[in-house]
Design a protein around this ligand. Structure first.
Ligand code: 5GP
Length: 190
């Protein structure tokens, strides 16, 4: 997605540890015009009318998923990160290692909000090693729901997540795939 790539080049900054900061337009201050175009682009790439829910993970996926959902006319559900929990049978549960915080979180979703009839599109801001996305796939599997695909705003193609997900035969659409990233330069996959 050209508009997104141009914005990453203009306003993205690279931090130690292979972290791309895009907090001036995507996940802290949010450019709603751009995110609206991102939402439309996800709809174009996932035209199926089977989709019944969009699933994301807190925090930074939520805003993007909500704007995209307006083009799918389906609800958004988001998995919550919990520091410690009592698994009481009311929730689906998995564990996710955070790439940016280097911590393992328990992640939960109420059983009320996802069931075997659902056809789910997963949306998130970044795909790096794939832990967040795999956690969401675990939850979909636990619910017995059908995965329709995964839409990612920025994939860091030099990390393993994209390859793992594609090898599983999952329909993965990343709007910008970064091939190389240093303090001073950034290249995208065509
Ligand atoms: P993964 O689980 O695929 O390793 O990482 C995905 C999650 O980590 C995303 O939900 C995102 O919040 C965060 N993340 C991974 N890499 C980056 C990055 O380079 N920049 C930012 N801002 N977040 C990232």
């Amino acid at each position: 997605m050209q508009l997104l790539k141009e914005r990453i080049l203009k306003d993205g900054t690279v931090k130690p540890g292979n972290v791309l900061k895009v907090d001036s337009f995507l996940n802290h201050r949010m450019d709603i015009g751009l995110i609206n175009e991102i939402g439309k682009e996800f709809r174009r790439r996932f035209p199926s009318d089977k989709i019944t829910k969009i699933l994301t993970i807190e925090a930074s996926g939520i805003g993007i998923a909500c704007i995209a959902a307006q083009y799918f006319h389906v609800p958004v559900v988001f998995a919550k990160k919990a520091q410690s929990i009592n698994i009481d049978g009311e929730v689906y549960h998995t564990k996710v290692e955070s790439f940016t915080h280097k911590k393992v979180y328990d992640v939960i979703l109420s059983r009320k909000f996802l069931d075997p009839d659902d056809h789910v599109l997963v949306i998130d801001d970044f795909l790096a090693n794939g832990c967040a996305l795999m956690g969401l796939l675990d939850i979909i599997e636990e619910a017995g729901a059908t995965l329709e695909g995964a839409g990612i705003v920025i994939e860091k193609g030099f990390q393993q997540g994209g390859q793992i997900i594609r090898q599983k035969g999952i329909h993965l659409e990343s709007l910008a795939i970064i091939d190389t990233m240093t303090d001073t330069s950034l290249t995208f996959r065509e």
